[in-house]
Design a protein around this ligand. Structure first.
Ligand code: HEC
Ligand code: HEC
Length: 231
């Protein structure tokens, strides 16, 4: 009776299919989920998954803890969870075709999002995209340095050099703003900078940078960041 024994050993060392939620967790932090060779972002680049997001990180997206228990997403614009995910997938991760409902990767991501949603119901999260840009009061430079570390550094690398940046597509900050005088004559560079941070790729401009809503970055922290960057 060799085979039953062998089978039991194989099961014990886990040669069965990987459970969907675990596969989903891998996909969550894998930039290759997007087929694009230019994409370097994973879901984990922009979303925490814990009830209280880590103090030393500012993410563009909200924490996805309890996300599957929310009634709708993107401030009510999306009423199906997969559509909410696909928005990020196509807008930020350069995914060309949205993930289909019957794609095993959608299924696995879903199972993972359910796993990090322990409560049966959870309130929808506010999402306030600031459309009309106004200047913000400048703030504390030291606070601004912390905001840069927590919010911008992962993608843009070190200020002034870009060292360690996640993608060459993310320009060196704040030096990129030196071109603003000729590109947008008469507009204060600080204002264009604020526009970029608040809108990301929205309102007809930009590549793949995410927008920072009022909920993810306060005007106070943005003002501090501008002081730190000398804008
Ligand atoms: C480059 C940044 C970025 C990436 C990458 C990204 N997202 Fe997002 N995501 C955002 C932003 C910004 C929002 C809008 C603010 C918010 O609601 O979190 C958002 C919103 C969402 C929402 C709606 C949350 C709610 O309650 O309204 C879901 C769900 C979501 N993302 C899932 C994902 C998943 C899953 C991935 C990976 C496949 C992903 N995102 C990749 C930035 C990103
Ligand atoms: C998820 C990665 C990511 C994060 C986080 C991020 N950026 Fe960006 N940013 C990019 C990419 C990619 C570009 C270039 C494409 C584009 O314009 O969307 C960019 C472009 C910009 C530009 C426009 C440069 C130009 O061409 O004029 C500014 C300004 C900027 N980012 C500022 C910031 C600041 C400030 C933060 C932190 C609050 C930040 N970014 C966080 C990825 C990111």
């Amino acid at each position: 009776m060799r085979w039953p024994w062998l089978g039991a050993v194989l099961l014990a060392v886990g040669c069965g299919p990987v459970p969907a939620a675990e596969y989903g967790e891998e996909l969550f932090s894998d930039p290759k989920l997007s087929g694009s060779q230019y994409n370097t972002f994973s879901c984990a680049t922009c979303h925490a998954t814990t009830a209280t997001p880590p103090k030393d990180e500012v993410y563009a997206g909200l924490s996805l803890y309890n996300v599957a228990s929310r009634p709708h997403w993107w401030g009510g614009y999306e009423t199906r969870l997969l559509d909410a995910v696909n928005f990020c997938y196509t807008a930020f991760m350069r995914g060309v075709t949205p993930l289909a409902p019957d794609d095993p990767r959608s299924r696995a991501l879903y199972e993972y999002l359910v796993r990090i949603s322990p409560d049966e119901t959870a309130p929808a999260q506010p999402f306030t995209l600031i459309k009309d840009i106004t200047d913000v009061p400048r703030g504390n430079a030291r606070r601004g340095a912390d905001v840069y570390e927590a919010a911008c550094r992962e993608c843009h690398g070190e200020a002034h050099t870009g060292k360690g940046r996640l993608t060459q597509l993310a320009p060196v900050l704040p030096e990129v703003s030196q071109e603003y005088g000729s590109l947008f004559p008469g507009v204060a560079p600080g204002l264009i900078f604020i526009e970029k941070v608040r809108h990301g790729r929205f309102f007809g401009v930009g590549g793949n940078m995410p927008p920072y809503s009022r909920e993810s970055l306060s005007d106070e922290d943005l003002g501090a960041l501008l002081t730190h960057l000398g804008l």
